[in-house]
Write a protein that binds this ligand. Structure first.
Ligand code: AMP
Ligand code: ZN
Length: 475
């Protein structure tokens, strides 16, 4: 198989061709959610684009194994080792135990993913399952002199590395943009960027989950979980690591520091980062309190798949601004598209050469730094193309394995929804009126045609002239 899949690697700052490992497989890791609250639709933008990446790799022929962690311990309310544990904060807010909160929001996360047609990764592992392997990695790091004990905590010593800022030659100041809220200096640290591997002493002594360790009873820092969980399931070499851009620093930078110091060799070749979803007031974030969830979109009458299409219309490396107005427009774009597809009449043989031509175009778009908006354009091109409907339906069905927009089923469901509750008598009446209007238009009696439209409107029926003929719905 020719290696033709290319995307922007944050590590080299170039669009690069993905070369699989010696067994021809791709080991892929995704930083999972911190389950102290619902995921907002910004988080889900990252998971949608990572889902499309995985499905695209599979579509062009790679064998992918994808692993994701669930952060149910260790993520503090600031990324800089200060602040309260996010899980504990969630538990206090909801008067539940930390594990109850973790289970509730893990389930909610996967339910949101299902609504957005995001496939569950092959392996999902909560951090609290792997405490022993965290302790082991920290012991090795201490042994190798990459970590030290201070004030009861274990820290990674960033001064031991030749190049801590592996992601770029950007200034420290720029990298600190990724660090969220309430950054305070920890006096135990030898160097500003040293980070906690294991806490036994924290300002927040009421930490709910604690484990025994060689350094005392305590709990892990946040970054260690992704290094250990990925190695547990993917081994010492990883191909693609994904996350949102805010994960570049400090989280992914620290993952690389500890993983490569532990292993003694390069760990991951390609880093895929999705840019943020913003609302009019800036970056969407859980700590802002008032944020948008998939359930909220549904309550307002939006189909979650329309949000997926909204994400696919833009490139993953560009910031994306959310507004209800664009979602309204996207709803009508999506409905028009699926209705056009539902009107296809798949009869006859597949025209293989035409199918292949469009499949190549579709794959080329995906292989070109995951150009999802181009991939969508190819669906429109295909609808206009000179090929029979059977070939169109086959191609759209196959391509939807990547796009996951319910392209073959949504149009029919929509039509059923629109005509639900309409009795047979009314339907016969409307169809007769549509015929009458057609005849009036043919006879150039436009006044009569308009009068029929108004008459129907008065009865609560809206008709529309479309490329596929007249369609109608109950208002
Ligand atoms: P968290 O649950 O906070 O650990 O974040 C889960 C994922 O969402 C991570 O990959 C983050 O980088 C990503 N993320 C956080 N905020 C946004 C945002 N506004 N837009 C897109 N992705 C985000
Ligand atoms: Zn991670």
């Amino acid at each position: 198989m020719e290696n033709k899949f290319r995307f922007y690697n944050t590590l080299t700052r170039k669009v690069e061709t993905v070369i699989p490992n010696e067994e021809g497989k791709i080991a892929m890791y995704t930083c999972g959610p911190t389950v102290y609250h619902f995921a907002h639709i910004g988080n889900l933008r990252s998971y949608i684009m990572e889902d499309v990446l995985e499905k695209s790799l599979r579509f062009v022929g790679y064998d992918v194994k994808r692993v994701m962690n669930i952060t149910d311990v260790g993520h503090l309310s600031s990324d800089a080792d200060t602040g309260e544990d996010k899980m504990l904060k969630g538990a206090k807010r909801e008067h539940k135990t930390v594990m109850e909160v973790a289970q509730f929001y893990t389930d909610a996360f996967f339910s949101d993913c299902a609504k957005l047609n995001i496939k569950t990764p092959d392996v999902v592992e909560p951090a609290t399952n792997c405490i022993d392997s965290f302790i082991h990695m920290i012991e090795v790091l201490i042994e190798k002199d990459y970590a030290y004990l201070a004030g009861g905590n274990v820290y990674f010593d960033t001064s031991k590395l030749k190049d801590y800022y592996v992601f770029s030659s950007q200034s420290e100041k720029e990298l600190l943009v990724g660090v969220r809220d309430d950054v305070q200096e920890d006096e135990n640290k030898k160097n500003k960027n040293d980070f906690v591997l294991w806490f036994t002493k924290s300002k927040f002594e009421d930490q709910a989950l604690k484990w025994d360790s060689p350094w005392g009873v305590g709990y892990p820092g946040w970054h260690i979980e992704c290094s250990c969980i990925s190695m547990k399931h993917l081994g010492e070499y990883m191909d693609i690591h994904c996350g949102g851009v805010d994960n570049i620093f400090p989280h992914h930078t620290n993952e690389i520091a500890q993983s490569e110091s532990y292993l003694g060799h390069k760990w991951c070749n390609y880093w895929f980062h999705v840019h943020h979803l913003n609302d009019q007031s800036g970056k969407m974030s859980k700590s802002k309190g008032d944020f948008l969830t998939v359930s909220l979109l549904q309550e307002k009458g939006y189909d979650p798949i329309v949000y997926r299409m909204f994400c696919l219309q833009s490139h993953y490396r560009k910031p994306l601004e959310f507004s209800y107005e664009v979602l309204d427009n996207m709803t009508s774009t999506y409905q028009k598209l699926v209705k056009r597809i539902a009107a296809l009449k798949p009869e006859g043989e597949i025209e293989q050469d035409k199918y292949d031509e469009y499949r190549t175009k579709f794959e080329d778009a995906l292989c070109n730094d995951l150009n999802t908006s181009m991939a969508l354009t190819i669906i429109y091109d295909l609808l206009k193309a000179d090929m029979n409907d059977a070939t169109k339906v086959k191609a759209i069905g196959d391509f939807d394995a990547v796009l996951s927009l319910n392209l073959l089923t949504a149009g029919k469901a929509l039509a059923e929804e629109e005509t639900a509750g309409v009795d047979a008598e009314l339907e016969a009446f409307v169809l007769a009126k549509i015929e009458e209007r057609k005849a009036a238009k043919k006879a150039k009696d436009f006044a009569k045609a308009d009068a029929i439209r108004d008459e129907l409107k008065e009865k609560g029926i809206e008709i529309k002239d479309t490329r596929e003929g007249v369609v109608w719905k109950k208002l």
